[in-house]
Design a protein around this ligand. Structure first.
Ligand SMILES: Cc1cc2nc3c(=O)[nH]c(=O)nc-3n(C[C@H](O)[C@H](O)[C@H](O)COP(=O)(O)OP(=O)(O)OC[C@H]3O[C@@H](n4cnc5c(N)ncnc54)[C@H](O)[C@@H]3O)c2cc1C
Length: 256
């Protein structure tokens, strides 16, 4: 898995502090910004967010990530987070000649399970290519007989073929995406997906994303992570019971 921070709001805490101060200020934005030192902005945001729980101003800080080498299962999970923008490699437009796949660690570490898994990937890759060829020929004939040129029919038929052949591709199939979230949405994402209850793949991505943004806005992300970092675990009987280890892990991750 590869997670890269592509871009972010400059001086995120200063923008958030200015936005929050503006609500109660008689002076203009320019003057507010000029008078805000970075350190003071951080302290103000800490009080605003972590003491008063006023979350909406942090929506002004945006972060854009590139995420590669993750499964389509991951895609299904991350895109449930609606307060975000996504661009995802298309299986309709990109022919996966030799598709890559993600192997869950527990399968990777079990010889028999891994063999079964790899056989399954091989079969699915073969079916995908066979179906693409079969459908492509069929669509091409149909298009040519409807009066479309051979060259255009070739191009169109392949696109029509891969968008249907992809139905045999597995959840393990690798994908890549660009994701933009504002800090409020990221905090919600980290709360849910850094928790041990989340699946290993999205948890790993969430941790990497948190590591990438933490130092850019330490006051915004001070309590970022699973809910047990700043209070009781809300999972009841489903709790992992590892609050002490989890807290230590996030202290290390944030470099404290
Ligand atoms: C451990 C775990 C297990 C899960 N298991 C399942 C499962 O089995 N089945 C399943 O379907 N999902 C499952 N989910 C997904 C989960 O239900 C959420 O859909 C997902 O985590 C996105 O959360 P969200 O809605 O808070 O995020 P976002 O969509 O980013 O929304 C952020 C916040 O905005 C507000 N909001 C957004 N849209 C609306 C709206 N339409 N109306 C009102 N308020 C809104 C809410 O306050 C919400 O918390 C699971 C998630 C986790 C972490």
């Amino acid at each position: 898995m590869k997670v890269i921070l592509l871009s972010h709001t400059d001086n995120p805490e200063k923008i958030v502090a200015a936005a929050a101060k503006l609500c109660y200020s008689e002076v203009g934005v320019g003057e507010l910004m000029d008078n805000l030192e970075k350190e003071e902005a951080g302290k103000f945001v800490d009080m605003l967010l972590n003491e008063l729980g006023h979350e909406s101003p942090v929506e002004h800080a945006n972060f854009t990530f590139a995420i590669e080498g993750v499964s389509r299962s991951f895609l299904a999970q991350i895109t449930r987070h609606r307060i975000a923008s996504y661009s995802v490699q298309s299986q309709r437009y990109v022919k996966l000649e030799n598709f890559q796949f993600v192997i869950p660690p527990s399968i990777e570490n079990d010889r028999n399970a891994k063999k079964l898994f790899l056989d399954s990937m091989r079969n699915e890759a073969e079916s995908y290519l066979k179906l693409t060829k079969l459908l492509s020929e069929k669509y091409s004939e149909e298009l040519i007989s409807s009066g479309i040129s051979e060259k255009k029919a070739g191009r169109l038929s392949e696109k029509m073929a891969i968008e249907n052949a992809r139905f045999v591709l597995p959840n393990a199939c690798e994908t890549k995406m660009i994701v933009t979230m504002n800090a409020r949405s990221l905090l919600n994402f980290f709360r849910q997906r850094c928790c041990n209850r989340a699946q290993w793949e999205i948890r790993e991505a969430a941790e990497r994303m948190l590591k990438l943004v933490y130092n850019l806005a330490p006051s915004i992300f001070r309590n970022a992570g699973p809910p047990c970092l700043s209070g009781q675990c809300p999972e009841g009987k489903m709790s992992c019971g590892k609050m002490v280890e989890v807290r230590k892990h996030y202290e290390e991750l944030k470099g404290n």
